[in-house]
Design a protein around this ligand. Structure first.
Ligand SMILES: *[C@@H]1O[C@H](CO)[C@@H](O)[C@H](O)[C@H]1NC(C)=O
Length: 564
């Protein structure tokens, strides 16, 4: 499961990086006018013994996550102050209360602890880090682990009020002796899964038949002596699912049923939920969007597809404004949003709707067809690509770095002469050429926006790219001349191959003869040398040394063989 681990780490670090540098307009410390109580070493102990249920946030004012949480925490405190005044939310600033935080073993910020009236009853908070998530989780803490409503009104209230799925156990009047254990299993699993789903147990013919009337989608068995289990999704009484007969019911089978059924047909992948999806063995279908409107447009489609393919794939929305670079892990272009891609996490295979065909995002029809093709095994996995260069990488060298994602875009710009070095990292001649290639790029100001000649390179072993010729050795040096003739198969220009000695003089001479933009390289080189001369003398020494080294290697290069 190495790949799985890899992609898990990739997404985790991606989400973490984004959050750390993410929205920082919030304040970590709660609004002093909110219902959040600020605690210190002096009043901490008395406060938690006086209040039966406290959610304590240990934080630092500078921490990015804390700034995101702060406003949500205040909001939750104010809501609970109205609806459940016995539940208290408190904050401890660990930059002021170091000893107190150390005492509670706080290692990262923010740390959220649920405290049940005593320092001996402290648990980690396991809910979502939004105001709604906090309210929901804390209210759950006040309820019995398994709720046992006795009237249909009470049952209805639970089903309708719940923000999360509800699993209902239907206990027959007479339980088969061998199935008594099922009831215990339900209680046990409830303790560990209550953060994901509410547990309810009902019994009695009348209540059970009223429950059946309330829901649809699950046909209960009559006259059975086995307990039955039904999951009802939030705000969707018409969408209940029955666990098929299980005797004996095991904790594993019940948990697996819950884990499958609680995942929404079209959920959202973010910091709170990515573990849920990454832990699932199912492939993930991602819809990347920039705005809520974009997501709303496909909601119905994905709910339908999710229901249709329940248990075979999980569809999720992904907020590209925050997590867009995850597209690179899926071999997709993060600059073209919306996009849709499927990741088979276990096999590390990725499939995506062709972004060049849908620059404005895939149509509903395209998504439906793509998903159908996926299940019919008609799709070809996406070719690989390195990540797009970061702004730091771009600034570090005048040579333009091509990767799978941008090769076509850059090479297809017919207004420019594009001179590409296809190389392999292990190839010795490529290494020898590297400093000369860099010098060449500097001569042409290749990374300047107004450059007429682009000097580029691409690690051909790490990026699958379409070329109008077969690459048979490394390095392969190819010029796509400005305004050149277009190769029909690839849409790229017919290339001109460079096959002389690989010295800067030869490369410039080649470009002087072949560029479509008729650029005079000798003139550019002189201008560059002039400007360097007026710079520091140290720099001049360096370039003189580099030139001497180049000379030494001349003889080697003349009989160079290409490698593959
Ligand atoms: C909390 O609720 C009480 C009683 O309703 C109210 O008097 C108080 O102002 C509330 N506190 C905050 C901070 O909203």
């Amino acid at each position: 499961m190495k790949f799985w681990r890899y992609s898990l780490t990739a997404l985790a670090s991606l989400l973490a990086a984004v959050s750390a540098s993410g929205p920082t307009d919030g304040e970590a410390a709660a609004d002093p006018n909110s219902a959040v109580v600020k605690l210190t070493a002096d009043d901490f102990s008395s406060f938690i013994t006086e209040n039966p249920l406290v959610l304590a946030e240990f934080f630092a004012p500078w921490c990015g996550y804390c700034k995101v949480l702060g406003p949500e925490f205040s909001k939750a405190a104010d809501q609970l102050n109205v609806s459940h005044p016995t539940i208290k939310l408190a904050q401890i600033d660990c930059t002021e209360e170091e000893a107190l935080c150390q005492e509670h073993g706080i290692k990262g910020y923010p740390s959220l602890k649920v405290i049940h009236g005593s320092t001996d009853a402290i648990e980690d908070y396991e809910g979502q880090r939004t105001a709604e998530g906090i309210v929901d989780f804390m209210v759950q803490q006040t309820l019995p682990v398994v709720q046992k409503p006795e009237t249909v009104e009470a049952l209805k209230e639970i089903l309708i009020a719940s923000e999360r799925p509800v699993i209902v156990e239907i206990v027959p009047k007479k339980v088969k002796k061998s199935a008594k254990k099922n009831l215990e299993t339900f209680e046990t699993v409830a303790k560990s899964k209550r953060k994901d789903v509410s547990f309810v147990s009902i019994t009695g013919d009348e209540l059970v038949s009223e429950f059946e009337d309330l829901i649809s989608g699950a046909e209960l068995k009559e006259k059975t002596k086995l307990p039955q289990y039904v999951i009802v999704r939030p705000n969707a009484l018409d969408d209940a699912t029955l666990l098929s007969d299980e005797e004996p019911l095991t904790a594993e089978s019940l948990i697996s049923f819950i884990d499958t059924e609680i995942i929404p047909y079209f959920g959202e992948i973010n910091r709170d939920t990515y573990m849920l999806y990454m832990n699932s063995p199912l492939p993930i279908g991602y819809y990347f969007y920039n705005t809520a409107e974009e997501k709303a447009k496909v909601e119905e489609t994905f709910n339908k597809l999710g229901k249709q393919h329940r248990g075979k794939i999980n569809f999720v929305g992904l907020d590209a404004v925050q997590f867009g670079r995850h597209a690179e892990i899926l071999n997709m272009n993060p600059d073209v949003i919306p996009l849709f891609a499927i990741q088979k996490v276990a096999d590390n295979l990725k499939y995506g709707i062709d972004q060049t065909k849908f620059p404005e995002g895939p149509s509903i029809e395209a998504i439906e067809e793509f998903v159908a093709d996926y299940f019919d095994d008609k799709l070809v996995a996406l070719t690989k690509s390195e990540d797009l260069p970061t702004p730091e990488e771009v600034a570090a060298t005048p040579v333009i770095k091509l990767v799978g994602h941008n090769h076509a875009d850059i090479v297809k710009d017919t207004t420019k002469d594009v001179f590409v070095k296809y190389y392999a990292p292990w190839c010795g001649h490529c290494k020898t050429l590297a400093p000369k290639w860099e010098e060449l790029a500097e001569v042409y100001g290749s990374n300047k926006p107004d450059a007429e000649v682009i000097i580029a390179h691409i690690d051909h072993t790490a990026n699958d790219v379409a070329t109008p010729f077969k690459i048979e050795g490394y390095p392969t040096l190819v010029l796509y001349p400005a305004n050149g003739e277009i190769d029909e198969a690839t849409g790229l220009r017919s290339p001109i191959f460079f096959e002389k000695a690989r010295e800067v003089d030869d490369l410039i001479e080649f470009l002087n003869e072949n560029t479509g933009n008729k650029v005079d390289g000798d003139k550019l080189r002189k201008a560059l040398e002039e400007s360097k001369k007026s710079g520091s003398s140290e720099k001049r020494d360096d370039s003189a040394n580099a030139a001497a080294e180049d000379d030494d290697e001349d003889s080697d290069d003349e009989e160079a063989h290409d490698e593959l």
